[in-house]
Structures are given as C-alpha cells and as structure tokens.
Design a protein around this ligand. Structure first.
Ligand code: ADP
Ligand code: MG
Length: 387
C-alpha cells in the first residue's frame, strides 16, 4: 500500500480520455454505467470512443487550447494508449489529476526506459542493448544475436521491428527503421506467451485478472485463452511480478503486462499503461471488467472482483475478414452468433482495412476444452485459419 489518501470523484463528474480507439470506447461505456460523463480527445473526427462520448474534442494531443479545455472541464484524465506525448500528460497534470502518471506512462512508451526499469527493479527480463548509432551496433555483444531490433518508441502490433540474424542484418534493419533510437533484444526461444492485466488503486490495492495465454499472427494478437493452459505456477508468478511492477511504477489504473515463457522461465516482454487487448475477455467472463476497473481506479472507488466466472477464449477480428477475393463482404454473423456462449463485439469502425482491429468475440463456458473447440468452429465459420 502506498498510504496515499484516496481522492474520490463521485458521479456524474466528467472524466477525460486521451485517445478515441476501441479501448477508449469501452472506457466510455464503463464510465456511463457508473453514471460518469466522458470527454474524449482524439484527432480523428470519427473515432470509436469519440462517437459515443459526451463530448469529442477533435484535436491533436499537443493542441494547447484543447488540453486547456480538457483540464478545465474534467475531474480527472486517463489514457487509452501509451503514445500520448509525455509533454501532454505533464501539461494536464499541472491542473487536473492524471492517472496513470506521466512518469509511469513515459516508462511504458519507451522500450529502453521500460527494460532499464525492469533491470533496476530486479524484475525478470531478457538481454538487451540500446542502439543509437551504427557504432553501438558494432559494439553489441555477440550473444545478443539472433536478435530483434525494435524502434524504442511508437511501435505496436509488431510494427517498427525486425528480426536480425547477425550484425550485418542489424545494420541494414537499423537504417530501414530510419536510424532512430532502437533497442536490440536477444530473440528468445518462446515456449508460449502470457499476459496479466491488473488494476491498482490510489491506495495501492491491486486486483489481477487471471492470466491469458496469447497467440499472435503477423505480430498482432490473434487468440487469448483463459485460464492460460501452461503452468499454473508460472501464471501465479506472473501475477506476482506484475503486481510488484505496478507497485514500483506507483501505478494507478489498469495495466497490461506481457510475458514470455522461455525455456520454462518467465520474462517480462512489455507493459501497456492502459487496458490490454488480451484482457477483453473480462468484458464477458468476469464480474468486473478491465475498463470498469480503470474507471474505479481513476475515481478512487474500491476495485471490483477480478475473478473469472467462466473459461474464455477471445479471438480478434481484423479487417481482413471483410474481404474475399479482393471484394468487400460482411462476415457471416448469423451463423457465428448461433454458437453457444459466443459474445460478439464490433467497434463501430467505418472502414475495414487489412490488419485493422474491427472487433473481437469471446466464447465463455464452464469447460475450457469445449470453449476452445467452439472457438475453432467459430473461426472456421468466418473462414479464419486455425488458431
Ligand atoms: P508490440 O508492441 O508490437 O506488441 P512486442 O515487443 O510485444 O511488440 O513484440 C511483438 C511480438 O514479437 C511478441 O509478442 C513476440 O511474439 C515477438 N517478440 C518480441 N520480442 C521478442 C524477443 N525478444 N524474443 C522472441 N520473440 C519476441
Ligand atoms: Mg506486445
């Protein structure tokens, strides 16, 4: 416990949300459920959260007039994505509570700051070096290869990174990435990947949702399975590490922590200072979902019960599904919705694009094997390849 006094913000206060994507949209819904109003700041005139918010400030994240308006009108501000400029959060924090703090977000928005943070706090992480020049690459230790070179900032869904087998490949990749500040990580042999989504309140209370096993396709999350199929002991340890990490960040809000299990060892991959795609199952399988926890933490309300009442499999629906032989089509929702325990979520995005997250579905049920079988059936109906 941090011992900080809790500042309670009662409904119907106005809450500010930086970002108007699907994560922001679910935050708006959760806030509305609890009687709050939400103002969303997003430069996109037609953002999923902006469409349902009480007010959409359609402006850039560095627009001073919009930030002043947000700070004036809102009782507290939070974020739905990690790439909000740290400067924006700092400006807002001068006149309105911002949670998570600019300091916590800035650790999560820079891969070097993030890995250095893990190292400093003795949290499990893989080998890495900072690359700011070709000289740094030439001096990188040989044991780091084969590696993954990642732009330190602004990457997501596998973008801004390249697998590099050796030093020469790394030099080429660094130039292709725009010669920007990068992190070079050793490419770890992955047994599987898991994540922990948790919420931490102003008083330091933590509630972690059950961990998910995550499978990616083309760098984008494809499937989350809950409870994670791997070792229960590792899943428990992952929760403990995530909790410790949140404490070290003095974090307030919902936090996603991605882990690798590599040769039986747990390694933190990265953190997201917001709800996480792998936590979408909480919308249907938990008493309190990750977005309601975000609202509760922001407003100083007690956190809800994070236990899952069902097994769950979540599948992301990318824009690819809206195309067949280069023709746009509507996926077969009718057949899909007949599957027992299937909960369909679409984000209201106007134009499907390849790789764009359009929605997801979660299948819940008592028996995890049966839930998984239903998920495979659902994929077949939609023409998706096997999980
Ligand atoms: P993003 O921000 O795009 O999610 P990540 O760092 O999580 O970036 O990388 C995306 C995926 O690439 C990971 O989920 C994992 O499958 C793979 N990956 C990333 N880093 C490593 C690594 N050091 N070793 C092995 N696989 C990795
Ligand atoms: Mg990731």
């Amino acid at each position: 416990m941090s011992g900080m006094p809790t500042m309670v913000i009662p409904a119907p206060a106005i809450l500010g949300m930086l970002g108007g994507g699907q994560l922001g949209r679910y935050f708006v819904m959760a806030a509305h459920e609890l009687g709050y109003q939400v103002w969303v700041l997003d430069p996109d005139a037609d953002s999923p959260a902006g469409r349902i918010a009480d007010r959409h400030l359609c402006a850039d994240y560095s627009d001073e007039a919009a930030l002043a308006e947000l700070a004036r009108g809102c009782a507290a501000v939070t974020t739905e994505f990690e790439n909000v400029p740290a400067e924006t959060l700092a400006i807002l924090a001068e006149s309105v509570p911002v949670r998570p703090s600019a300091a916590a977000v800035s650790v999560c928005q820079d891969r070097i700051a993030e890995k250095t943070f893990l190292k400093v706090h003795g949290l499990p992480h893989g080998p890495f070096v900072e690359i700011a020049s070709l000289e740094d690459l030439r001096n990188a230790p040989s044991y780091i290869f084969p590696g993954i070179l990642k732009a330190a900032r602004l990457g997501y869904d596998g973008k801004g990174q390249a697998v590099v087998d050796d030093r020469a490949a790394a030099e080429n990749a660094w130039v292709s990435l725009g010669s920007v500040r990068c992190i070079l990580e050793a490419k770890l042999p992955l047994d599987y990947e898991i994540s922990v989504v948790l919420a931490r309140g102003q008083d330091g209370a933590v509630r972690a949702f059950p961990s998910a096993e995550n499978r990616h396709r083309n760098g984008i999350l494809d499937v989350s399975i809950v409870p994670a199929w791997g070792s229960v002991c590792l899943a428990d340890t992952a929760c403990e590490v995530a909790e410790k990490l949140a404490g070290c960040l003095n974090y307030v809000g919902t936090l996603g922590v991605e882990f690798f299990v590599s040769r039986g060892q747990l390694v933190v991959n990265e953190m997201a200072p917001r709800p996480h795609n792998s936590g979408h199952y909480t919308l249907d399988a938990c008493g309190t979902n990750q977005f309601q926890q975000q609202v509760r933490a922001l407003c100083g309300l007690p956190l809800g019960d994070a236990h899952a009442h069902s097994s769950a499999v979540m599948i992301n629906l990318l824009g690819d599904l809206w195309f067949e032989n280069n023709q746009e089509r509507e996926p077969d929702w009718n057949t899909l919705l007949a599957i027992p325990g299937l909960c369909l979520h679409l984000y209201g995005k106007q134009s499907p694009r390849i790789g764009r997250k359009m929605g997801h579905f979660t299948i819940i049920g008592a028996d995890s094997k049966q839930v998984y079988e239903h998920a495979l059936k659902a994929r077949t109906i939609l023409g998706m390849t096997d999980a």
